[in-house]
Write a protein that binds this ligand. Structure first.
Ligand code: HEC
Length: 108
């Protein structure tokens, strides 16, 4: 009995470690769920502009609309700060959710 509890505990730690590792890299499947709140303003399957520019193929573009290179840092800065009609997500999303949504954007 005592042994079972111990191994369950170790398994839980391992799982927590794996989850934490996944968070820093971002999980595109989770990011897709996070993106549901972005989809009201951004298309992902056509190039058509909604309220914001289409994010289809974002990471294949040379630059963002603001002229900065398409890097994780610059995309995250955009998500954090918003502007010109885009809400600021700095306090609305956790760091993990931002990493997830960026991982998702890369699949587009
Ligand atoms: C209320 C509408 C709205 C929502 C919701 C919204 N955005 Fe935006 N987004 C915009 C607008 C408008 C722009 C263009 C801003 C500009 O031109 O400076 C933009 C720009 C962007 C850009 C830069 C695109 C480029 O090519 O330069 C990214 C990346 C982006 N949004 C990601 C997101 C993500 C991720 C979410 C969800 C967490 C989100 N947006 C939610 C309206 C929105």
């Amino acid at each position: 009995m005592g042994k079972t509890v111990l191994s369950l505990g170790a398994g839980g730690l391992l799982l927590a470690g794996l989850l934490a590792a996944a968070d820093t890299k971002g999980d595109s499947a989770k990011g897709k769920e996070v993106f549901e709140q972005c989809g009201v303003c951004h298309n992902t399957d056509t190039d058509e502009k909604k309220i914001g520019p289409s994010l289809k193929g974002l990471y294949k573009h040379e630059k963002l609309k603001n002229g900065k290179k398409v890097t994780d840092e610059n995309v995250k800065a955009m998500i954090n700060a918003g502007g010109n009609g885009m809400p600021a997500y700095a306090d609305l999303l956790s760091e993990a959710e931002k990493a997830d949504v960026i991982a998702y954007l890369k699949t587009l």
